[in-house]
Design a protein around this ligand. Structure first.
Ligand code: FAD
Ligand code: SF4
Length: 513
């Protein structure tokens, strides 16, 4: 009897132990499913990237001698749910066994667990395998903190030690410090120049037409004529080499900066390749560490540690938080925010230059760098009190790298504080002054960053104090926020009333800001 093995769209890991042997009795199944294409409205580049990468992965498996069955988005079977498709395939090809890799999303995990029970009841063999991608197991964060408060920094240090990353022979952190974040907050004034790299240009027009013909809702620029994102492992490896050579040297220093007309700066753009598993986190971390070991002057420790912390630290940490807290995490909304997301999040048509740049860039490239996601779009949505469900759907749809296990903790937790501080001990909020310090958008903005009141006052300024004021009771019991509330409460009644009235005015006119 044959064994059916499922490969999900984000399980394109060519080095998985499944593929070591060619077995004539094994059928690999990949499917472009409507259930995956429509659970939120996706950016068209995200659909193109996943489908193209899945198709190429299937071709590579076939060329290596494996048997592969593939369902395209236009095929009738793409309308089936994942469990229905598998049951149908098992009957069609007379399979006595079903195997799958641990999915990264709770939703798919549930579907596959329930299916596995049904199949076992029918006498079929079912096996579940590790995806062999992450450094640790799903339960790693929960086990490590065991009831104590979660903090990324401790988990990161634990992983550095466990995997001997950037350590001396005696097990101390290289350079004497675990964290060089304080060195990584420079503003960029044009020097060094951002490298101009010619991106690859794949022609994905026929796939784009298939998606349109199948009626899958989508938005954003397609770039289908000259598609830049990697869709094979070889392309992803080339992107990694290019990042290490051109941008890693400056990664840390300018990690938090925002520049008009510069969507990437010195960021790696590797998140899609990592999340689709075209690259492994270990090979990315090892490449950065090796660069520092070979050429420490060109690749300073602060740059390399800053980059390693994103992957070995944040990426592994948010995955662990997700598995520790699902499914309830999806509903968390401790601040009870309910405002609809302004429509201009879908068009970029706002007079606020920082938001216009972050949103237009996202619509054009299915990408924004971390500080734009956190301190521009996320900051605004939180200050304005937008409903985390709507905020989640936006982030989950718009970014090329958005898969729920990584999007949800970043959005609900880190960005919207909807989990009440599980992921970060204080909300990531700021007025215009921080955005002005870290970027150059304010110079071209309709609003005046140094004004708190008046029609042209920067909305971030009054909305920041509105946010502090409306949740003051909560912040007074938060050690890190208390001094801010105390400072606010010491201001004159007239001053506070004027700022709050201005915030109300901006909120009333939110759609036209
Ligand atoms: P770089 O800045 O070059 O960082 C290198 C790598 O580190 C990234 O490719 C990514 O794999 C990892 N990384 C960095 N920060 C984080 C983080 N906070 N959590 C997890 N991994 C991290 N990342 C996603 O992969 N998918 C998402 O859906 C996603 N949604 C986000 C939503 C919000 C509100 C915020 C604030 C952040 C989100 N992030 C998400 C994290 C981060 O912004 C992106 O990983 C990063 O911007 C991707 O660009 P890059 O590859 O150039 O990253
Ligand atoms: Fe953004 Fe305010 Fe600066 Fe305008 S003035 S770019 S809204 S921070």
């Amino acid at each position: 009897m044959a064994e059916l093995r499922l490969i999900l769209g984000d399980q394109l890991h060519a080095g998985h132990s499944w593929y070591r042997d060619k077995r004539p009795d094994v059928i690999y199944l990949l499917a472009e499913l409507r259930q995956e294409s429509q659970y939120v409205k996706h950016h068209i580049q995200k659909l193109l990237a996943f489908f193209a990468a899945m198709r190429r992965f299937a071709e590579a498996l076939r060329s290596a001698g494996h048997r592969v069955e593939y369902v395209r988005i236009g095929d009738a079977d793409s309308a089936l749910s994942l469990p229905a498709l598998i049951e149908h395939a098992m009957t069609q090809w007379q399979c006595g066994a079903f195997a799958y890799q641990l999915p990264d999303e709770w939703r798919l995990d549930q579907q596959l667990r329930e299916l596995a029970e049904r199949l076992r009841a029918l006498g079929k063999q079912v096996s579940c395998h590790d995806s062999e991608h992450f450094y640790g197991q799903r339960e790693a964060v929960q086990d490590f903190f065991a009831g104590k408060s979660y903090r990324m920094e401790y988990f990161y240090r634990h992983l550095r030690k466990r995997h001997a990353v950037l350590l001396t022979v005696s097990g101390e952190p290289l350079g004497g410090q675990w964290n060089y974040d304080a060195d990584n907050r420079e503003r960029w004034d044009g020097d060094p120049a951002v490298p101009v790299e010619s991106w690859r240009q794949q022609d994905l027009r026929s796939l784009h037409q298939e998606i349109i013909a199948a009626g899958i809702p989508h938005f954003g620029e397609s770039l289908a004529e000259a598609f830049p994102w990697p869709t094979t492992r070889r392309m992803a490896q080339a992107d990694l080499r290019s990042f290490i050579h051109h941008r890693l040297p400056y990664f840390g220093r300018f990690q938090d900066t925002m520049v008009d007309g510069q969507p990437w700066l010195f960021h790696s753009r590797l998140s899609f390749a990592l999340n689709a598993k075209l690259l492994s986190p270990q090979e990315v971390v090892n490449a950065a560490v090796a660069a520092h070991a070979d050429e420490p002057d060109r690749y300073p420790l602060a740059a390399v540690e800053g980059f390693v912390r994103q992957i070995l630290g944040w990426r592994e940490y948010v995955r662990g938080v997700y598995w520790a807290r699902m499914p309830g995490y999806r509903q968390s909304n401790v601040l009870m925010h309910q405002r609809p997301l302004p429509w201009w999040f879908w068009t970029g048509e706002t007079k606020m230059r920082c938001l216009q740049q972050a949103i237009t860039g996202s619509l054009q490239n299915a990408y924004a760098h971390h500080i734009q996601r956190l301190m521009v779009t996320g900051n605004f949505a939180l200050l304005a009190g937008c409903d985390p469900d709507a905020v989640d759907d936006w982030y989950l749809g718009i970014y090329i790298d958005a898969i729920e296990w990584v999007e949800l903790p970043n959005t609900r937790g880190m960005s919207q504080f909807a989990d009440g501080g599980l992921l970060g001990s204080k909300p990531y909020v700021s007025g215009g002054a921080y955005l002005h310090r870290m970027g150059d958008h304010c110079a071209q903005c309709h609003y005046a960053v140094n004004q708190k009141t008046g029609d042209r006052s920067c909305p971030f300024n009054s909305l920041y104090w509105h946010f502090i004021d409306r949740h003051a009771d909560r912040w007074l019991v938060n050690q890190r926020m208390r001094p801010i509330v105390r400072g606010w409460q010491k201001r004159s009644d007239a001053d506070r009333a004027a700022v709050l009235a201005q915030a109300q005015q901006h909120l009333l006119a939110i759609e036209t800001l």
